[in-house]
Design a protein around this ligand. Structure first.
Ligand SMILES: Cc1cc2nc3c(=O)[nH]c(=O)nc-3n(C[C@H](O)[C@H](O)[C@H](O)COP(=O)(O)OP(=O)(O)OC[C@H]3O[C@@H](n4cnc5c(N)ncnc54)[C@H](O)[C@@H]3O)c2cc1C
Length: 439
């Protein structure tokens, strides 16, 4: 059986190792950080994430969905907090059973790594940083605190995230390798709402909370221990921004003006704000995602997206499913399997990147408006009236496994039909009124 060297045991790396292990491949998985079971989860990355249909399907296929979702918290809709503290709940779907799930990154990472380690043909090596790959020979260069080693595979797979070392080697060694990275003007900072003294949640537990404030926003996802992890998405620079709001009284004033109902729930606000890092938000597009039968990219290494559709990890997990299918369909020709995987995923990753940026505008700006809430109600009414025929975009992306590009295209067609029907009905009504007036 072929041997795969995987670089990165983040969310997709652990899951992919389990898929490859299940197929009987030899797998050596190298991770630059320490074992997450030792509590060394990356500071500054989101503590919890939303997992939905695509991600759950990928976990089910290797039999770990129940284990992973044991402590997940279902979120049935968005709880919008306006500036006066008033709350509006907008369900995600007409079917109340359809929900997204808040899940801890560390626990999920451990679950996928342990799933991989159940296969005797999978070996995981922590504290090994990849410094580059000889792409013609599938040889990975690694260093530990004390020594440098190489790992020879039949293929190397870069599952090493948005700033992938494997992708960098492809960039420097493949002529005409396409690469594009773009950063939002916004960064993010994580803050905490601790549990109430009795261990319960201080806000509605089964919702994703949003404080939309037009050009910026804060969100909060529940954790199993009764706390919420809040994420403030805010401009790096500008009159009021991370750059200009540093002193304690400036931070407090900003929060009291913008998120007055959240401030009393955040006793550690000033410490969190000062001590937690400010992360950046990047979209990465590249092509190709493979080199001969020697190198392949999966997850954020191939297509990092901004987090506003809650789909980055879900899409990375879906990559693992598709790569596994391609290896099954083309067992004797790994290069064609990699090429087919790239063909099936690239346009969908590009579509998701666009959807994710579009959803930032929707979350921070439109969710606060009456028109938006009316459009959501219309969406749900049409979905209920035309089951299986009309599917809101959010439903297609989050609650189905329809390819992202197809979902985006279908939503554009549906919108065109709905808007032209509304226009036609309005025109007929105006015509009828005019006719009544003149006759
Ligand atoms: C604020 C925020 C919120 C998010 N929320 C959601 C959400 O709600 N839902 C969702 O689906 N997605 C979400 N995402 C996206 C999600 O985090 C990523 O898409 C997902 O982590 C990608 O998984 P990955 O395994 O490809 O990369 P990563 O999780 O980044 O893992 C890469 C791994 O490779 C290791 N590594 C890196 N370089 C090297 C090297 N040189 N040598 C060895 N190892 C290396 C890293 O240490 C890491 O363990 C969010 C992202 C952010 C930033």
């Amino acid at each position: 059986m072929a041997k795969f060297v995987l670089i990165g045991s983040g969310l997709a790396g652990g899951l992919l190792a389990a898929y490859l292990g299940r197929r009987g491949y030899e797998v050596d998985l190298f991770e630059r950080r320490a074992d997450p079971r030792e509590g060394n989860i990356v500071a500054g990355r989101s503590i919890n994430l939303a997992i939905s249909t695509r991600g759950i399907h990928a976990l089910k296929a290797v039999g770990i969905a129940d284990e992973a979702l044991r402590h997940a918290i279902p979120m049935r809709g968005r709880m919008i907090h306006d500036k006066s503290g008033a709350l509006h709940f907008a369900p995600y779907d007409v079917d109340p059973k359809k929900c997204i799930n808040s899940i801890g990154r560390a626990a999920l990472n451990t679950t996928v790594i342990e799933a991989a380690q159940r296969y005797p043909n999978v070996r995981v090596h922590f504290n090994h940083k990849c410094t580059g790959v000889d792409i013609d020979s599938a040889l990975a260069h690694l260093e530990t605190a004390n020594f440098a080693i190489t790992a020879q595979g039949d293929a190397v797979i870069g599952v090493d995230g948005a700033f992938s070392a494997v992708r960098k080697s492809m960039q420097s060694d493949i002529a005409k390798f396409q690469y594009d990275e773009s950063y939002l003007a916004h960064g993010y900072k994580e803050l905490t709402i601790p549990p109430a003294p009795d261990g319960s949640w201080r806000m509605e537990k089964n919702a994703l909370h949003i404080w939309p404030r037009k050009s910026f926003m804060m969100i909060a996802l529940p954790n199993p221990d009764g706390s919420f992890t809040c994420t403030l998405f805010w401009e790096f620079e500008g009159l009021r921004s991370f750059a200009t709001t540093k002193a304690n009284d400036e931070v407090r004033r900003f929060f009291e003006e913008e998120f007055p109902d959240a401030v009393p729930l955040m006793p550690g606000l000033l410490d969190d704000f000062r001590n937690n890092p400010t992360g950046s938000l990047v979209t990465i597009r590249c092509a190709p995602w493979f080199y001969r039968d020697k190198v392949c990219l999966v997850g954020d290494a191939a297509h990092a997206v901004v987090p506003f559709y809650g789909q980055g990890m879900n899409a990375a997990f879906e990559d693992c499913v598709v790569l596994d299918e391609c290896l099954e369909e083309l067992p004797e020709n790994r290069e064609r399997a990699f090429a087919e995987y790239f063909r099936r995923r690239k346009e969908n990753a590009d579509a998701l990147a666009d959807l994710a940026i579009g959803n930032f505008i929707e979350m921070r700006d439109k969710t606060a408006s009456r028109t938006f809430r009316a459009k959501k109600k219309l969406d749900h009414a049409l979905e209920a009236a035309l089951p299986g025929t009309y599917l809101p975009l959010y439903t297609m992306v989050t609650f189905t496994r329809m390819p992202y590009a197809k979902a985006a295209k279908r939503a554009r067609m549906q919108d065109a039909l709905v808007y032209s029907s509304v226009f036609l009905i309005a025109a007929i009504m105006v015509g009828a009124i005019l006719w009544l007036l003149v006759t």
